[in-house]
Design a protein around this ligand. Structure first.
Ligand code: BTN
Length: 264
């Protein structure tokens, strides 16, 4: 492990709260697990990154493929006024970074997956360590320089990388720095209670509004049209009987786009 002193120096300014301490590993099981080992003593905003993860964790106990060529990052959050906004600001920071550095339009596939067209480029996993004290480990994985062969060999048909979308390889630490600048800005808004910009961006970047979907979770399945997506109320789906039902991320295993005809 070594510390990324140049970046730590950059984020040492008073303008930033996140990224004052950054540990960089060549290989770990999962940056989430390493972050858990540091959480008690860590300062707010400590970051753990790794070149590779051997046991990358996705949502709902899934595996997150983490070869060399991605940004695998966990941030230790020890203060947050509105924990509900943590996942949205990770997603928005990622989309804005992609827009600025890669000139690509990315979208949030509810609740927190980041897609470019119909392929997933990044995923978010936040784990609550001590929710009453607002302690979380916020994990994000961004596929940056991963090539097609890796996705084919691992049967990841729905995955893409920024390299595949642009044909250009990018320095991972540049991506990390730009992401962290944007994340800091949004984090500050949350800490100051200035939530409107985040709420609007979350809606603007959501890909599902007005589409037909099949929602599965807790042994049930629903079909309907998405009428709204909102940080506090989750996703609102108008079912066949015209009743609007809201779903929260923690209760959903999958949400799939379907054709209108399939919704009947
Ligand atoms: C998902 O889409 O299911 C969430 C993926 C989260 C992956 C990141 S990579 C950094 C951090 N360490 C992990 O083991 N998982 C998260």
């Amino acid at each position: 492990m070594h510390r990324l002193l140049e970046l730590e120096n950059y984020f040492s300014s008073n303008a930033y709260q996140i990224g004052k301490v950054i540990y960089h590993y060549d290989e770990v099981s999962s940056t989430q697990e390493i972050a858990k080992e540091y959480v008690e003593k860590a300062v707010n905003g400590m970051c753990i990154i790794a070149d590779k993860q051997t046991k990358g964790k996705g949502r709902l106990g899934r595996t997150w493929h983490s070869p060399q060529g991605g940004l695998w990052l966990s941030i230790i959050i020890k203060e947050i006024e509105q924990p509900l906004y943590l996942n949205p600001i990770l997603a928005i920071a990622c989309i804005k970074m992609i827009e600025q550095l890669f000139q690509l339009k990315a979208k949030i596939y509810w609740p927190n997956d980041i897609y470019i067209k119909d392929k997933k480029v990044a995923g978010i996993l936040t784990e609550g360590i001590h929710c009453e004290r607002s302690i979380y480990i916020a994990g994000i994985g961004i596929n940056i320089n991963i090539d097609k062969k890796y996705f084919i060999d691992n049967k990841l048909d729905e995955a893409t990388s920024l390299y595949l979308e642009t044909g250009k390889k990018e320095n991972i630490l540049n991506v990390f720095q730009d992401f962290l600048i944007k994340f800091n800005f949004l984090y500050e808004l949350v800490q100051n209670g200035a939530l409107t910009y985040i709420e609007e961006s979350y809606k603007e970047y959501n890909d599902l509004i007005s589409l037909w979907v099949k929602v599965s979770g807790q042994g049930e399945e629903f079909r309907g049209q998405v009428v709204d997506v909102d940080i506090k109320n989750g996703i609102l789906v108008k079912l066949k009987n015209n009743i609007v039902k809201n779903f929260y991320p923690e209760n959903i295993e999958s949400i799939r786009r379907i054709e209108f005809a399939e919704s009947l």
